[in-house]
Design a protein around this ligand. Structure first.
Ligand code: NAP
Length: 339
């Protein structure tokens, strides 16, 4: 099969090649990939800044895919040839609490990803793709949408009328705006671009803050919430900015620590965390049962993922470059058999 292969770190080392088509083993299915979507994780893996010691080489990158089942391994009864399914990043995390070794079973590193003609999925965690969505839309769900959903609903136990702050207008946060707003929460979004703030407001956000014009965005968030702070904050920025997130979140509020766009370590003012009794929880996407619950919600509220651009399979490197420049919503890549 055709596959993009990462021989070494750096986008120049991503090359189009051929590898044997895998056959599904027990409890696995083989899908013909229709579309994959890019996440910051995929770029960080290629750049060599995402757990570089766990990346096998060559690697077929990209975790998030939608495709059609073309072969079924022994022991699989709930999926059949012709089913349209999504990959689920944490391929062995189906429900309940995660096991300590879940990161060892993630697609797109260390397991093979979907930037190829075919992809092997663990049948237990593969999720039927929402019928109302196109392949491009469905490909956007596995990491970005589920991370937003799991943070807001499973961890944050969001209630209608509560306030939520989301940082930037990347993949996770655009989904968070759509989901939380549809649920009846008041979402404050930040962005470096006024035009993106207008776009998230059109998707339901209540207020926007340009964090370039207002680097003290946490003060604006306090003003917007009568000095209390937001009930929940989805932190995708990381680094020392976590102190601003604590300041912007109400006493006893929840922070989902999702990302590390600004740094993988933080010098945290513990006295502020103690006085504000902030709950900070690391989030690792979520289990596949939460993915199914999310799909029910997306269907019910007729929410469709925002796709910035779809690239042909041969232009995978251009898609990575697009993500690096910044996107509004998701950058996706069509499968090799999907012109
Ligand atoms: N833990 C998990 O389960 C999980 C899951 C998904 C993602 N993540 C992590 O979360 C982060 C975001 O992922 P993504 O896929 O949503 O990224 P993305 O689509 O590449 O989005 C990046 C966006 O973040 C915004 N941004 C960048 N620097 C910022 C800053 N200093 N302050 C506020 N916003 C800033 C920018 O928005 P504007 O252009 O609007 O300024 C940028 O477009 C990454 O670190 C990723 O690895 C973690």
């Amino acid at each position: 099969m055709k596959a993009w292969l990462l021989d070494n770190f750096g986008l120049d080392n991503l090359r189009l090649g051929e590898v044997p088509t895998p056959a599904p083993k027990e409890n696995e299915v083989l899908i013909k990939v229709s579309v994959v979507s890019l996440n910051f994780r995929d770029k960080a893996i290629v750049d060599g800044i995402y757990e570089p010691e766990m990346i096998p080489k060559p690697l077929i990158p990209v975790s998030d895919a939608v495709g059609v089942v073309v072969a079924v391994g022994a022991g699989v009864s709930h999926l059949k040839e012709g089913d349209r399914v999504n990959s689920h990043l944490y391929s062995t995390w189906v429900d309940g609490d995660p096991k300590p070794n879940e990161p060892d079973f993630c697609y797109g590193a260390p397991l093979r990803g979907g930037l190829a003609e075919y992809m092997i999925l663990n049948a237990a965690s593969a999720v039927k793709a929402p019928e109302a969505m196109t392949d491009e839309e469905a490909s956007a769900l596995p990491i970005a949408a589920l991370t937003a959903w799991y943070s807001l609903m499973d961890y944050g136990q969001l209630q209608p009328g509560q306030t939520v702050l989301v940082q930037g207008t990347g993949g996770v946060c655009v989904f968070a705006v759509q989901i939380a707003s549809a649920f009846g929460a008041k979402v404050i979004a930040t962005s470096s671009k006024d035009e993106n703030l207008a776009k998230v407001k059109a998707l339901g956000a209540w207020e926007g803050i340009n964090y370039t014009k207002r680097p003290d965005w946490e003060k604006v968030a306090l003003e917007l919430t009568d000095g209390k702070g937001v009930d929940q904050l989805l932190d995708v920025v990381g680094g020392d900015g976590l102190n601003q997130s604590v300041a912007a979140t109400r006493v006893g509020g929840h922070i989902s620590q999702i990302g590390f766009l600004q740094g993988q370590t933080a010098k945290l003012d513990l006295m502020r965390v103690i006085f504000r009794q902030t709950a900070i929880r690391g989030i690792a996407v979520g289990p596949s049962r939460a993915f199914e619950r999310m799909n029910d919600f997306l269907n019910k509220h007729e929410i469709h993922p925002v796709i910035d651009k779809a690239y042909p399979f041969e232009q995978a490197r251009e898609a990575y470059e697009h993500l690096a420049r910044g996107a509004f919503g998701k950058v996706v890549i069509k499968g090799a058999c999907n012109p």
